[in-house]
Design a protein around this ligand. Structure first.
Ligand code: C2E
Ligand code: CA
Ligand code: CA
Length: 587
């Protein structure tokens, strides 16, 4: 067992004679095996001395006498095991036969093994060797873990950087801006203004001069706006030709006026792009900080609404959002009552989108996506009603209804001869925080009798980050029921889960915004590549969303992405259509 570095053994005993005995027995063994200096022995004559010298001796194992004056061996053992950095240090209690009754107490105090006095060479060596072996294994594992943690942290840091920045202009990204707003709202800071700026008729530039010139113009605009940014404020690119300032220390409309004036002025001069000069104007919408804001998206949405108002009046306009303005609010109220009614009338149905193995293109399972069968409007897409349901809490009963439908459907398909198919169901932030979540899931599992090992729940990054400890706890409970867990829309949260390795996950789903426009050398390509290698390192299955073209499929195959879904394979379909189209192909 000799290694280049001798093992450090600390013997704690109030009787120096006992130390000498141990030293002799260990050195006889070394000599017998022809190993020199396999062990380096240290001696402490009391418990408190042992505690003081731990850092100095860095022991690999401790031989600890139980009966000592002052601090007893049990007490020493308890104290060592209570220190995180020494928790994994093996402790062998040395105890006389008469004290053997106390063995249970030794183990309760955290001891790893014991040796009976009088100590014999055979026993001493066997026990010391076995503890040292465990020590080495532990150290190897700990160093593996810390290397893993380090690479995961590096990868997530890279990802964070990419996500916090707009790829073209290098301004902040929308995700970063939202993160800043969220922090302000969290800190009850409302002296801010969101200034939303949208270029007028930018599309004309693209169609007249092409995308390359369009991009150069965007760069020129970004540069000019950047010069207006005050220190401490944020300037982000939030859409193709949309920019947004987040200003601090703004308490009134008045305080904003000079700033708005300079922005509008900055568009008076032409922008030089290549050899040409392009004149561009922009409309501005403004939302001022307000105590009623709860979610970061709200002020952004309001500034956007105000900007639209300004656009309706023509080019170069500016509008401050005010509450009366929003007819949208009224529509929302009607929507809310409508949704409650729809829930009572069972108007929500699950559609299913196939998920395929990207290498074989074989069907592996489905994602259930809810649709509203509106009596007069026909099929309504979830983007129109999920946000409202999330806010009102209606998402909790809706989510369970979808889970129930999806589980019943999965069971039926399993019984029809497709026993290996999985079903992914979305869990919203609000559902994930619901105190009845586990009970609701258990009830659905019991009522449908579906095998939970084929069920996957999709949870977004933001839901996980709301409360990390609770999230880990709930996920552990889901995993103990064999349910799989996927992180949905991975990469869209600014944080991008730097604590990813702490969650008991199975899959990462790459958001479709990254899969689209994934030409090589693009920023999206690098993001997708990073996510896939992150998945690799953490042994998670990576699922790509929104695959629309063969080219995207081939790129994802090359990058080693395992699963995927998207219009290339199939749109979400009703259960009947799935049986007609997807299963036919399978036979
Ligand atoms: P998601 O979870 O990211 O679902 C994927 C969305 O991408 C679906 O939109 C799907 O129809 C769409 N999609 C799939 N392949 C492609 C493609 O190749 N190209 C494009 N452009 N889009 C594709 P959908 O069905 O409109 O759902 C939108 C969102 O609504 C979902 O996004 C999810 O966040 C939410 N949602 C849907 N059903 C439920 C549900 O039952 N519960 C909860 N909490 N949320 C749901
Ligand atoms: Ca999803
Ligand atoms: Ca998604």
């Amino acid at each position: 067992m000799a290694t280049s570095q001798p093992f450090s053994i600390l013997v704690v005993d109030d009787e120096p004679n006992n130390f000498e005995v141990i030293e002799t027995l260990l050195s006889i063994e070394e000599a017998a095996l022809g190993e020199t200096q396999a062990y380096q022995l240290h001696y402490a004559a009391s418990g408190s001395a042992a505690l003081d010298w731990l850092a100095l001796f860095q022991p690999d194992v401790i031989l600890l006498d139980v009966m000592m004056p002052g601090m007893s061996g049990l007490e020493v053992c308890l104290r060592i095991k209570a220190m995180p950095q020494w928790q994994a240090l093996p402790i062998i209690m040395v105890t006389s036969l008469t004290e053997k009754a106390d063995l249970a107490r030794c183990f309760a105090a955290g001891a790893d093994d014991f040796i009976a006095k009088p100590v014999t060479r055979l026993e001493l060596n066997a026990r010391v060797r076995s503890m040292l072996r465990i020590r080495r294994q532990y150290q190897a594992l700990a160093s593996f873990n810390s290397r893993l943690e380090k690479t995961v942290q590096e990868r997530t840091a890279q990802l964070q950087e990419m996500i916090a920045q707009d790829g073209l202009t290098r301004l902040s990204s929308r995700a970063f801006l939202l993160e800043q707003l969220a922090e302000m709202l969290q800190a009850d800071y409302f002296s801010f203004a969101v200034v939303y700026l949208d270029c007028d008729q930018f599309k004309l530039v693209n169609s007249a001069f092409g995308h390359r010139v369009g991009n150069q113009l965007l760069l020129a605009i970004a540069k000019r706006l950047q010069q207006l940014r005050r220190p401490g404020d944020t300037l982000a690119r939030v859409g193709e030709d949309e920019f947004c300032f987040l200003l601090r220390q703004i308490d009134s409309e008045r305080a904003l006026e000079p700033f708005i004036e300079t922005i509008l002025q900055s568009f008076v001069r032409a922008f030089e792009v290549g050899n040409c000069e392009i004149f561009m104007t922009a409309c501005i919408g403004i939302a001022l900080g307000d105590r009623t804001y709860q979610q970061a998206e709200e002020p952004l949405q309001d500034a956007d609404t105000a900007m639209y108002k300004a656009k309706q009046r023509g080019k170069n306009g500016c509008q401050i959002f005010d509450r009366q303005m929003s007819v949208a609010m009224l529509e929302r109220l009607t929507l809310e009552t409508d949704l409650q009614r729809a829930l009572n009338h069972h108007e929500f149905v699950a559609y299913y989108q196939p998920i395929v193995n990207l290498h074989t293109e074989a069907l592996c399972g489905f994602e259930a996506l809810v649709r509203w069968r509106h009596p007069s409007r026909g099929l309504v897409s979830p983007d129109e009603f999920i946000p409202c349901m999330e806010e009102t809490g209606l998402i909790v009963p809706l989510g369970i209804a979808v889970l129930q439908q999806a589980c019943e459907q999965l069971l039926a398909w399993h019984q029809q001869g497709h026993p290996d198919l999985t079903m992914s169901v979305n869990l919203s932030v609000r559902q994930f925080a619901s105190p009845t979540l586990l009970a609701d899931i258990d009830r659905v599992l019991a009522e449908t009798g579906v095998n939970p090992a084929y069920l996957k729940l999709e949870i977004t990054e933001s839901a996980l980050l709301k409360n990390v400890e609770t999230a880990i706890d709930i996920m552990a409970q889901l995993r103990s029921r064999q349910i799989h867990i996927s992180v949905d829309d991975f990469g869209t949260g600014y944080s991008s889960l730097s604590s990813l390795h702490r969650f008991p996950l199975n899959d990462l789903k790459i958001d479709r915004s990254f899969v689209s426009q994934m030409h090589e050398s693009s920023r999206n390509f690098r993001i997708v590549n990073t996510i896939i290698s992150l998945g690799d390192q953490l042994e998670l299955t990576v699922v790509a969303e929104g695959i629309e073209t063969r080219q995207q499929l081939e790129q994802l195959q090359d990058l080693g992405c395992q699963l995927g879904q998207g219009y290339l394979f199939s749109q979400p379909r009703s259960a009947d259509d799935i049986e007609t189209y997807s299963f036919q192909r399978r036979r």
